[in-house]
Design a protein around this ligand. Structure first.
Ligand SMILES: [Zn+2]
Length: 595
């Protein structure tokens, strides 16, 4: 959920507007003197159900809570979001936090790609890579696999890569910010990866974001990764995601293993839905990356570490995923690489027997306990209750509470009492702060518009639509954040300059639109339909407004401005709506959305 949605959940437009003008109830709406212009009879309306407002008087304008605060405080969208965020107890990234320019990212992808090609070519052809080729062959990798994962080799040299890339126009700063070279204390830099087998790490879109590198001698560390860069965040990256994404989506299940070789071997044996967490415990960020592709996740855990950490974090994964996470535990001393190579069926069987991670946590926690003794019962409850307390899914929480109750022979009611004492300390401070104002059950459904989001996602992901004769008007977008993005998009020649125009706080939401799943066919038709439907909605809302303005005019006189504006907007609605219907039935777009 984006911060924008969180704020919407926790803020009531009625509370906000009431700070500026007093409202009285009039049917399902609230009415008051307009806080923007001076008037004697109220022509300002708030619609709690839609969380919107409209002035039918001199302003003859309206919008949502963001546009209200923007207009009232004379601030921009980001500032309004921060103001409301503060009130709602939602923390919004500050404006000064560095925003990564899209061109900087693009340049780093290019640098990494050039490096990957260089490493790959060395592995295939360089005499110096003999040992690396032997290693790859001994691990049973086929040439085809080596190529599809673009494995590579880095020379045992302090500046081979640096020289190679500098000759091709990449400067030292770019190599530094990409983590390909390391800065010397005395100034200058040297190649980070030397005499290693190289694993390019991609994001889901196929960009190379960093490298993993395995030592081919006794050098330590055995595995060395790229440092954190503007494009590489190890805690959120999954090795193999670029090659696995399609299979994960198709089979609707993902398997997370630990190592590079585990992933590569799995793929070589056609287990293409496997990705790696790259050595550390799986993070919630990584689970979040998978969420776009599937809700079914299996973790493959080592028998020795037995996922102590996985157990502790299990609820975090599940809360992130909004679904159950399952685990398989590998036989003692084995990793997926060796299991699969020995017999692929064993791996298949293990996957078939994957166990819900909470069941596994119960099993592991109580394995060494004697649950007939009071002391161990209490120990089991001490360890498991905090984990259960974190569960957001109350049905599953109930299930495990019941399971624990049976296990330690304490009534669920008693356990629930303990649970209630645990819960507040675990909550994030801002959740706690917000709860004091807005109880969880009072959170409102977010007034989002899938249609607006679909339209923007299409525009953002398919720049070619910019040439389309169809274009929505900013007024078609009722949600401020969508209108904000759309108007910035209109002023931008490409995504890069669009990003530059938008506040940091809206980037996260922009990213979600850019990554929204769209089925890649009949794009133009889909887009045309979207614009048409937005237009229809817009015209209908004008009709409603006109009816309201007419009623108001009859009652008191004073919505003349509104009526004039409606007229000026060329509102012969019935004609235009008729036009929309004709277009829809023809399945074709109207020419030019502009009037
Ligand atoms: Zn007004």
């Amino acid at each position: 959920m984006s911060v924008i949605e969180e704020v919407k959940q926790r803020i009531d437009i009625v509370d906000i507007v009431s700070q500026y003008t007093s409202l009285t109830k009039s049917g399902r709406t609230l009415r008051g003197l307009c806080p923007f212009h001076s008037e004697k009879t109220p022509s300002f309306f708030v619609y709690p159900e839609q969380q919107s407002w409209h002035c039918f008087g001199a302003c003859s304008t309206g919008g949502d809570v963001f546009s209200f605060v923007m207009k009232k405080e004379d601030i921009d969208f980001g500032e309004a979001l921060r103001l409301l965020g503060e009130r709602a107890g939602v923390s919004i990234p500050s404006k000064s936090e560095p925003r990564i320019g899209r061109d900087e990212r693009e340049r780093l992808y290019q640098t990494n790609e050039a490096a990957a090609r260089y490493f790959h070519d060395l592995l295939l052809n360089s005499p110096a890579a003999e040992k690396a080729r032997d290693y790859v062959a001994n691990r049973g990798l086929l040439l085809e696999t080596v190529t599809s994962f673009q494995l590579g080799f880095s020379l045992n040299s302090w500046d081979a890569l640096k020289k190679y890339l500098e000759e091709r126009g990449y400067n030292e700063n770019e190599l530094l910010s990409g983590g390909l070279v390391t800065e010397k204390e005395a100034g200058g830099s040297y190649d980070r990866f030397r005499n290693r087998l190289m694993f390019p790490i991609h994001d889901a879109k196929g960009h190379i974001i960093g490298f993993g590198a395995r030592a081919l001698d006794d050098s330590l560390p055995k595995y060395l990764n790229s440092p954190q860069t503007v494009v590489f965040d190890k805690s959120g990256s999954l090795y193999g995601i670029d090659l696995a994404a399609a299979a994960i989506r198709e089979r609707d299940i993902a398997v997370i293993v630990e190592g590079f070789m585990d992933t590569i071997t799995a793929h070589q044996y056609s287990f293409n839905n496997v990705v790696a967490s790259m050595g550390t415990a799986v993070t919630e960020k990584q689970v979040n990356t998978l969420k776009r592709l599937t809700r079914n996740v299996i973790l493959a855990l080592d028998a020795d570490t037995a996922g102590e950490e996985a157990m502790l974090r299990s609820v975090g994964y599940e809360n992130t995923l909004g679904a159950e996470v399952r685990v398989i535990v590998l036989p003692e001393g084995k990793d997926p690489d060796s299991v699969i190579k020995e017999d692929a069926r064993t791996w298949q069987d293990l996957l078939g027997k994957a166990m819900p991670i909470m069941d596994y946590t119960f099993k592991m926690t109580t394995a060494s306990l004697d649950l007939s003794t009071a002391r161990d019962k209490s120990l089991a409850a001490d360890r498991l209750l905090p984990i259960i307390a974190e569960m957001k899914d109350i049905v599953r929480q109930g299930h495990y509470l019941e399971k624990l109750s049976r296990l330690v022979n304490v009534t669920e009611r008693n356990l629930e009492n303990v649970l209630r004492q645990i819960r507040p300390t675990l909550a994030r401070p801002w959740v706690k702060a917000a709860r004091q104002r807005v109880p969880e059950q009072a959170l409102r459904p977010v007034y989002a518009s899938p249609l607006e989001e679909q339209c923007l996602a299409l525009l953002l992901q398919h720049p070619e639509l910019q040439k389309c004769s169809q274009e929505p008007l900013p007024d078609y977008f009722e949600n401020s954040e969508n209108r904000e993005i759309f108007t910035a998009w209109q002023q931008s020649s490409d995504i890069l300059s669009l990003t530059g125009r938008l506040d940091t706080a809206i980037q996260e939401y922009l990213d979600s639109l850019m990554n929204k799943d769209l089925i890649d066919n009949r794009i133009e038709q889909k887009y045309t339909d979207c614009v048409l439907r937005l237009r229809e909605r817009f015209l209908r809302s004008l009709e409603v407004k006109r009816a309201a303005a007419l009623a108001l005019e009859a009652e008191q006189g004073g919505s003349a401005a509104e009526l004039a504006k409606l007229k000026e907007q060329g509102i012969d609605n019935s004609t235009q709506l008729g036009e929309v219907f004709t277009q829809k039935s023809r399945g074709a777009g109207i020419k030019g959305g502009k009037k």
